[in-house]
Ligand binder design. Structure first.
Ligand SMILES: [Zn+2]
Length: 140
């Protein structure tokens, strides 16, 4: 379990609220929230499609939400998932690249947690730096 501060907790709570809106056909509910350059929080949820790959992950949904509001830089991201296997909900490779594309720097925190019975499992909270999770991002 990671020690988390007020800002991490606030982001996790926002991600949890967003998870409620997830559109799930075959997977599981995921919520995300980013702290953007304007210091506001922008949420996202996964939106699935019957066509594999057509939907969007919660992480990219939350970043798109921030971009829509004029933010192209994110300072932190939280991800929560309702899963039964108790593995932490790490972002997929596409989202890792997307987070990297919009992060203020490679040291931003990625806060991850599982959700059970609509509550964040505090013991499941993990905090990693972006560069720890994606040391060699693609750059043109
Ligand atoms: Zn993803």
């Amino acid at each position: 379990m990671a020690t988390i501060g007020i800002s991490e907790k606030k982001l996790l709570e926002a991600a949890l609220k967003a998870m409620d809106k997830a559109y799930v056909l075959w997977g599981f509910r995921v919520g995300a929230a980013v702290l953007a350059a304007d210091k506001q929080i922008y949420e996202g949820c996964n939106v699935e499609s019957w066509i594999s790959g057509l939907g969007i992950c919660a992480e990219r949904c939350s970043i798109n939400h921030a971009v829509l509001h004029g933010n192209r830089k994110i300072r932190q991201i939280a991800i929560v998932a309702e899963k039964n296997d108790y593995e932490e909900p790490t972002p997929c490779g596409m989202c890792m690249q997307y987070i990297n594309d919009f992060a203020v720097n490679s040291k931003i925190k990625i806060v991850m947690a599982n959700v059970e019975n609509d509550k964040i499992l505090i013991k499941s909270v993990k905090v990693k730096m972006l560069e720890e999770m994606m040391p060699f991002p693609f750059k043109k």
